[in-house]
Design a protein around this ligand. Structure first.
Ligand code: R5P
Length: 304
């Protein structure tokens, strides 16, 4: 079966990286937004009988990127594609995976249902909650960028002096995975979120005084969680030159400006989302292209 890779408009540089790691060129397609805000999608490739991979994280504008993905998939299906896989390294709405007050939708389930109407498989990276995999009616490969990020940050760590920090209790399992790879001690932050999304720290559990800290999270969205964690470990007397690692750099609102004001040595992220080339943050980007390409090769099997 032939393999064809298309990119949506969410992250073409990542799609280029995946395609070049596979030794392929990206499939030709046209995606436009009409004056009335409707999307227009057309594929300019013969995909009859092909195994198609659509590279499209569903970052903001989430609804547009999701719809673009579904339209691309629909076009490929109607053109005779044999199997369609959505490569959605960042899956939007994954944080709305349960009803908090009892009167909301389970938005992550709805997004998963919508994806399942048009694609045969999904490749994601570090879903906010691994249980979200079970929301899909199609198979999901939930890859992890933790080994990649841990390997990239390792040269900047000083054994015996660095402590890993989970910025909230939701990151406990994540920080443990870094700890297993990097063999570092762990501290935890007890974070509470107010009704309007504001974040405050109740306590730091563990010893960060006089230590260098590496704070890890699955994503930086508004930056509130990370900023409050950084301020908390600074208040506890950690060493300057704080390290941060996060898989998904959403950088919503004024996240970049807030982080820029803090004494950070390095912010290690992946390119699951398109990185602002003009950023002045001390960003180091670990590319997901080869890892995603390996997953595609594995799924495509002997035909590759
Ligand atoms: C929360 O459970 C997540 O793991 C992140 O800590 C959070 O979503 C980051 O969001 P923000 O940057 O807006 O605080």
């Amino acid at each position: 079966m032939k393999l064809t890779v298309f990119s949506g408009r969410a992250n073409p540089p990542l799609a280029e990286s995946v395609a070049s790691s596979l030794g392929l060129r990206l499939g030709q397609r046209i995606i436009e937004t009409f004056p009335d805000d409707e999307l227009y999608v057309r594929i300019d490739e013969d995909v009859k009988g092909h195994n198609v991979y659509l590279i499209q994280p569903t970052n903001p504008p989430v609804a547009d990127h999701l719809l673009e993905l579904l339209l691309l998939s629909d076009a490929c299906r109607r053109a005779g594609a044999e199997r369609i896989t959505a490569v959605t390294p960042y899956f939007g709405y994954a944080r709305q995976e349960r009803r908090v007050k009892g009167s909301e939708p389970v938005a992550a389930r709805l997004m998963a249902d919508l994806m399942g109407t048009r694609v045969d498989r999904v490749i994601a990276v570090d879903l906010h909650n691994p249980a979200v995999e079970g929301f899909f009616s199609v198979p999901v490969e939930n890859l992890s960028a933790v080994p990649l990020l841990a390997g990239a940050i390792r040269p900047h760590l000083i054994q015996g002096q660095t402590v890993l920090v989970a910025p909230d209790l939701g990151a406990v399992k994540l920080v443990q995975r870094y700890a297993d790879i990097l063999n570092l001690p762990v501290a935890y932050i007890h974070k509470v979120r107010g009704g309007t999304g504001d974040v405050s720290v109740r306590s730091v559990i563990g010893d960060v005084k006089g230590r260098r800290v590496l704070i890890v999270d699955d994503m930086i969205s508004t930056g509130c969680t990370m900023v409050s964690a950084i301020e908390a470990v600074m208040a506890e007397g950690c060493e300057p030159g704080i390290l941060v690692a996060a898989v998904h750099a959403l950088m919503a609102g004024d996240a970049a400006e807030s982080l820029a004001r803090l004494p950070l040595d390095r912010i290690l992220v992946t390119d699951s989302l398109r990185i602002d080339a003009g950023t002045t943050l001390p960003l180091e980007v670990a590319g997901l292209g080869p890892m995603l390409a390996d997953a595609i090769k594995r799924l495509h099997g002997k035909d590759f």
